[in-house]
Design a protein around this ligand. Sequence first.
Ligand SMILES: [Mg+2]
Length: 434
Amino acid sequence: MSEARSETRAERIALVDVNSFYVSCERAFDPKLAGIPVVVLSNNDGCVVARSDEAKALGIKTGTPWFQLAAGAARAGLVQRSSNYELYGDMSSRVMQLLGRYALWQEVYSIDESFLGLAGTPVELAAQGAEIRSAVARHTGLPVCVGIGPTKTLAKFANRIAKQNRHLGGVCNLETMEPAVVETIMSRVPVTGLWGVGSRLGAKLAAMGIETVADLKAADPALIRRKFSVILQRTVLELNGTPCIPTEDERADRKQLIFSRSFAAPVTTAAEMRQVMSIYAQQAAARLEREGQLAGVITAYAGTSRFSERAASFPSVTVRLPAPTADPVVLSRAAISALEGQVVEGVAYTKAGVMLTDLSPAGAQPLLDVFVPEQEHRHLGELLGKVTDKYGAASIGLGLGGISASKPEWTMARRYSSPRYTTEWAELPVVKAR
Ligand SMILES: [Mg+2]
């Protein structure tokens, strides 16, 4: 590293990502799970959705049905947990809130990843990365890795290097490494290790002789645009240090959907915030609808600028919905009521967001479900009325609601769930002092 290089101050991008997020949330409250193979299961305890490194080392793949693992679990020392999206959503917003304090700007990218704008010399930036990492560990108990680079693609790549090389201590700033070392690493990582390059695209690139990150970096951007897309062309430019991937306000992957924006003018009243929540929830609902998915848990949050005098004004509430839904009315009602009473009049809120988690495919819902929002079974109400008029009140009912007043969770197997440590008074962790 040359001296001149290390002294240049610049604005850079950091990508902070929680290691094995779901498993790490479980471990934060149950230290017995540290260092052992742990898997988190999907709804109804069906199959593996998250694995600790130790579980990966056992060769367990994402998507493996639990019944295939159950018999051998005890022998392998494998521990399972049901997915606890209330806990994950709440831990996520705590992490994001904390990260925002360190950043010039913040883009929450997924439930456990955020891009941050940082400024400093390469050495200062690496120090900031280390500080962020220890602050998250101290305040939430979650381990993160920090990748720093001049573009989002390089920040993502640096994060991968930080994750895979323990001796780096969880932080990798490409600009504090010798350029020759970075080149060597890039020539060893397959192109599919890059953000946005899946296996199918990887196969097409391999057919053109582009197999590694270094190969793609050296490719002709114009050719890549012609043969593939403007998106992959951006990746090539970003690998060469030119930022060209814009801030995304709306995105989805298999795990969650986030709709988040900064406001042009600050929001200062609860009434305005209700409008914002309603609009964002409807946008998120429209996206769910397009993706053919339903959400089980919603997190609504609002934030102030980092220059705000009232640093504590960052309301964030996570609630489980009565039933999985993509209904815009239900989602906006939930988002509004989540932040009800949390917004302080007169505080200048500069951003807000809605995050939907516990996503499931829309077709998976039973047709006659008492928890389907009212406007979807409007006609059923009419029909039920006619039947009970004729045959009596006990003659027919909607799902469990016809017989008992059980909670919706009742319908779903979550046998191995940890408590909702951070969102339910009755389930708070208890600490005993001697
Ligand atoms: Mg992660």
